[in-house]
Design a protein around this ligand. Structure first.
Ligand SMILES: [Zn+2]
Length: 66
């Protein structure tokens, strides 16, 4: 499997400050949510926490650029 989901995730988070949940991120970068879940543990410089999504305004697991 190539690195494309990782690059898309990092690029998105770098250019969009704030926390975003996996389902919103999946929609924006057009990558299936399960792919994001799989690679998020390998991402360096990424904070994953329970918080408020800046897009859908729901409290869930969100990611942001550290
Ligand atoms: Zn969201």
């Amino acid at each position: 499997m190539a690195d494309w989901p990782r690059e898309l995730i990092m690029n998105y988070l770098k250019t969009h400050p704030g926390s975003v949940c996996i389902s919103c991120l999946a929609k924006f970068i057009d990558v299936p949510a399960n792919q994001i879940s799989m690679v998020r543990h390998q991402l360096i410089g990424l904070e994953v926490e329970l918080g408020l999504c800046s897009q859908c305004r729901r409290t869930q697991i969100v990611m942001k650029s550290a």
